[in-house]
Design a protein around this ligand. Structure first.
Ligand code: CTP
Length: 462
């Protein structure tokens, strides 16, 4: 397939060679068309070496080949990674003042833009209008991720990861990343308008958010995070408590029993809630400092063990409208934690007696400080011979009686860290309320959509 890879913009242009590599490794012939600014960030030799094709930026470069017409005419797919606010404005206005915009004007194939910019620029009414114009013309414009941006700022505007951009672009022409034919995706309505509000009913009313389900070979659904125009402040005035990370249960002053949770999902929920106007308390159980949010609307309370987390939840939940237990809490702790480092005794064995920790989620759901408080849990499941991920999730929902339980599959390399995930959101009776697939940011928004729905309903806590 002939692909034109436009590259514009600042620092995020460093991800363009990664996108290029994914495309060429999948067997596609790629012509890179950078803007002059992008060329200042990533030089032509890099693009030429990786694509094996000449790289030109201006209309008159290589004029004998009439590139500005030919590239667009012969392309099967055009993607622009990253796309700046400026390039989107030029494309929306129909300008053709460099080779990339000329190519966009002549292309008749599917076009995908992957914007990256500071949040203010993404959410500016001018950019929103340009995005709407381009989408109305059939151009697929991805909503950016939410997260750390080029400076010290965080928020919507971050370029999605190259794998996800390539998957979305290929889905536009009906291909999976591994070259299988799949149903062509329609991404032209991505954005807040396209993200339906979960029905709040069970089963058939479930809503699907997120990026392509690559493994299942399905097409992409709408993207929920970083939407333009800025999302409504539907959690304004609400207090939300989120626990994140994994507890450490001390064996002695230097050793502990822990788990693989990084805290990313809980942090994504805290950020999304703050973005939607909530005042957030993040109870961070052993979360790496670099991952912790620095938004003013998020108070971070570090905790270590399950007992410390239980105390922190009790303190924070008193005032909360919503409590989301995303932390992986150790079920057991050593019955005794030594005050000095335990030594080997020469027997070649060591037995550790464990005692059960309190179930914080179930305890809170049964005894809420406020009757109208919404209690949300997570169920990280692996599935086993006694039941599937969903069956275990259902049993847990019924057992814990949280208002909502977000169930996802975990295992070594699955569900932990900076990876996409799938969530099924159950109610206290174990009925499916919504399903969602994509990045942790998208999961966070999908869950909060259901939370907002429930806060509006009169049955909380009953
Ligand atoms: N949880 C909790 N307190 C515990 C254990 C878990 O509050 N002692 C919460 C987690 O924060 C999560 C939910 O319960 O929201 C489910 O956690 P999970 O570890 O999946 O469930 P467990 O109760 O540990 O069940 P099991 O080990 O039997 O799967």
């Amino acid at each position: 397939m002939n692909v034109v890879l436009g590259v514009t913009g600042g620092i995020a242009a460093y991800k363009a060679p990664l996108v290029l590599r994914l495309l060429t490794e999948a067997g596609h012939r790629v012509r890179v068309v950078p803007t002059t600014t992008a060329l200042a960030m990533v030089g032509a030799p890099t693009f030429e070496a990786l694509s094996g094709q000449p790289v030109r930026a201006e209309v008159l470069d290589g004029a004998t080949a009439v590139d500005h017409v030919d590239l667009g005419r012969h392309a099967d797919l055009v993607l622009v990674v990253p796309t700046t606010a400026n390039t989107m404005a030029r494309a929306a206005a129909g300008l053709a003042d460099d080779l990339l915009t000329a190519t966009l004007l002549t292309a008749t194939c599917p076009v995908l833009l992957a914007p990256a910019m500071h949040t203010e620029m993404w959410q500016h009414p001018a950019t929103c209008a340009n995005v709407a114009t381009l989408r109305s013309r059939g151009v697929a414009v991805l909503d950016p991720d939410s997260g750390r941006l080029t400076g010290a700022d965080t928020g919507p505007g971050r370029l999605p990861e190259p794998e996800r951009i390539v998957a979305a672009a290929l889905a536009l022409v009906g291909l999976s990343p591994d070259g299988r034919e799949i149903a062509r995706a329609d991404l032209t309505s991505a954005g807040t308008d396209a993200v339906a509000t979960p029905s709040g009913t069970s089963g058939a009313g479930a809503t699907i958010h997120g990026l392509p389900d690559v493994d299942a070979g399905g097409g992409p659904g709408p993207m929920a995070s970083g939407a333009c125009p800025p999302r409504r402040q539907d959690l304004a005035g609400r207090r939300v408590v989120v626990s994140a990370g994994g507890t450490h249960e001390p064996l002695d002053p230097v050793r502990f029993i822990g788990n693989r949770s990084t805290g990313r999902q809980g942090i994504a929920i805290a950020r999304a809630a703050a973005d939607r106007g909530a005042r957030v308390t993040l109870l961070a159980a052993n979360v790496e400092a670099a991952l912790l949010p620095d938004e003013l609307a998020i108070d971070v309370v570090p905790v270590g063990s399950a007992l410390e987390l239980a105390d922190a939840v009790t303190a924070a939940a008193a005032e909360a409208d919503v409590v989301v237990m995303a932390a992986a809490v150790a079920d057991f702790r050593p019955a005794e934690a030594g005050t000095s480092k335990a030594k080997k005794d020469g027997s070649g064995r060591r037995t550790i007696e464990l005692v059960e920790n309190p179930d914080i989620l179930a305890g809170l759901a049964a005894d809420r400080p406020r009757a109208d408080q919404l209690v949300v849990g997570f169920a990280a499941e692996t599935g086993d011979e006694s039941g599937s991920v969903l069956e275990h999730g259902r049993a847990k929902a019924i057992r814990k009686r949280a208002d909502l339980l977000a169930v996802n599959a975990v295992g070594v390399g699955v569900g932990f860290g900076d990876v996409d995930t799938e969530l099924t959101i159950l109610d206290a009776a174990g009925e499916v309320v919504a399903t969602s697939a994509g990045s942790k940011d998208q999961m966070a928004d999908a869950l909060l959509d259901v939370v907002v729905d429930r806060l509006a309903a009169p049955t909380i806590g009953q």
